[in-house]
Design a protein around this ligand. Structure first.
Ligand code: KIV
Length: 272
């Protein structure tokens, strides 16, 4: 936790100040009140109510089916469980199809959840969206590189910035989104050297995921961090616990004890 830890909720000015003094920013996802409280107690600066909700909570294969109502329900729960971290809610697939739609949907998120910021996935096409949201007083995080909402258009999940054309586009997108007013930018699966270069070129913090250690901050899906998965996490996520194993063991004990202790209870006799 920061040496300058305030007891109030962090703001985007605190995040900018952390970047100024070179202090790393720790961000994690959470989708409910209990997890929000726990990750915040452990010192997380920003909580993302990510649309990874679709994969890790709602059982979808991708983030595409996640709705604005899904995001609002879970973001409101995270808000109820937290008091210090800056909260950021993803605007899900289809909710940012242009500046007007994005503004209407972001306003709903802000009004109905109480989060402090929203996140939008996409490169240059998101520049007018970010400009519009910021002009209307909404704090925005941008997200480039691997943008899971575009998985089908991209043709899968893989590293970005490997060839010069892709690297040049990412440099241009990062600069343009900063100029549009984003207060931070997620770099997902961007080659570590390029992520470091972009980090040095920007004043706003970069928040890396699968993009090496030289970003201004890091974000991870909480389930990947604590090993709360039934399938393997992405290769860049190194689980620091095996919560799935703890759950299986506890539930296994409970089931075994329940079945062992129960004396057979006869069924009521049927009336003749
Ligand atoms: O939805 C999400 O959890 C995200 C992070 C992986 C950055 O966008």
């Amino acid at each position: 936790m920061s040496a300058h830890t305030p007891t109030r909720r962090l703001t985007i000015r605190d995040i900018a100040a952390m970047r100024q003094r070179g202090e790393a920013i720790a961000m994690l996802t959470a989708y409910d009140a209990t997890m929000a409280r726990l990750v915040e107690m452990a010192g997380t600066d920003m909580i993302l109510i990510g649309d990874s909700l679709g994969n890790v909570v709602l059982g979808h294969e991708t983030t595409l089916p996640v709705t604005l109502d899904d995001m609002i329900r879970h973001a409101a729960a995270v808000k109820r469980g937290s008091s210090r971290a800056l909260l950021v809610c993803d605007l899900p697939f289809g909710s940012v199809s242009g500046p007007d739609a994005a503004l209407a949907n972001a306003v709903r998120v802000m009004k109905e959840t109480g989060v402090e910021a929203v996140k939008v996935e996409g490169g240059l096409v998101m520049v007018p969206v970010v400009e519009r949201l910021v002009a209307h007083g909404i704090a925005v995080i941008a997200h480039i590189g691997l943008t899971p909402q575009a998985v089908h258009q991209m043709g899968g999940y893989y590293m970005h910035g490997k060839d010069e054309a892709s690297a040049a586009r990412l440099r241009q997108e990062a600069k343009a989104l900063e100029a549009a007013g984003a207060f931070a930018i997620v770099l997902e699966c961007v080659t570590p050297a390029l992520a470091a270069e972009i980090t040095h070129a920007l004043t706003i913090p970069t928040i890396g995921i699968g993009s090496g250690k030289d970003c201004a901050g890091q974000v991870l899906v909480i389930n990947d961090l604590i090993g709360l998965n039934t399938s393997p996490p992405p290769s860049f996520a190194k689980p620091r616990a095996d919560v799935a194993a703890i759950i299986r063991a506890a539930v296994g004990d409970y089931v075994a004890e329940t079945k062992a202790e129960r004396q057979p209870i006869p069924l009521p006799r049927r009336a003749e």
